[in-house]
Design a protein around this ligand. Structure first.
Ligand SMILES: Cc1cc2nc3c(=O)[nH]c(=O)nc-3n(C[C@H](O)[C@H](O)[C@H](O)COP(=O)(O)O)c2cc1C
Length: 174
């Protein structure tokens, strides 16, 4: 696998110009967990970017039933990749099938690249964030303050985990 620096340059997280409410919620992102020899991407459209403990952070919300969650658990690093609009179909595919029984890399044709801390980015991306897990928790239904959240999103009672990653590297195309 080629190194990401062949195609991308590092940037400072606090210099990014994305409106991340739009980029995450409408454009979607590809969350990739695992390492060079075993990794898997899944589409995510819930999340946030911000600051915690004086670090730039990305916050993701992942159901434990995802195969990606299984690969997130044992590894410190995960990545978030944002794509140009023409890759919408790739994101649809990665959000429709599971890596448990599909090779999403082969199916979509996207090209994985190795980040500095051995996370996986993609050559076709327009922005890649390498993140180190620094906090996680399971959403607690007792803390839902709106009456319909549980019924609307959790009829199966499988609650999202929130995973906070320190943004350790930010990559923009050369
Ligand atoms: C647009 C879109 C956004 C999604 N956002 C999330 C999300 O934020 N969190 C999550 O747990 N699943 C989300 N999903 C669902 C996963 O991408 C989907 O279940 C995927 O097949 C999981 O793949 P995996 O089993 O290979 O991990 C989203 C799906 C789509 C299509």
């Amino acid at each position: 696998m080629e190194h990401i620096t062949k195609y991308f340059k590092k940037a400072a997280a606090d210099q990014l110009t994305d409106n991340f409410i739009h980029s995450i919620g409408s454009d979607w992102m590809l969350l990739t967990a695992g390492t060079e020899h075993k990794f898997n991407p899944m589409t995510a459209s819930w999340g946030a970017m911000g600051v915690l403990w004086n670090k730039p952070v990305a916050i993701c919300f992942i159901r434990p039933s995802r195969y990606t969650f299984e690969l997130l658990e044992p590894h410190e690093i995960f990545t978030l990749t944002f794509f140009p609009e023409k890759y919408r179909e790739v994101l649809k595919q990665c959000g429709a099938v599971s890596g448990r029984n599909h090779d999403k890399i082969q199916a979509t044709g996207i090209t994985p690249l190795l980040t500095h801390k051995n996370g996986i980015g993609y050559q076709q991306g327009r922005l890649c964030l390498e993140c180190r897990k620094i906090y996680y928790d399971e959403l607690n239904a007792q803390h839902f303050l709106l009456p319909d959240t549980d019924a609307k999103f959790y009829s199966d009672k499988i609650y999202h985990y929130l995973i906070i990653g320190e943004i350790t590297d930010t990559y923009l195309p050369l």
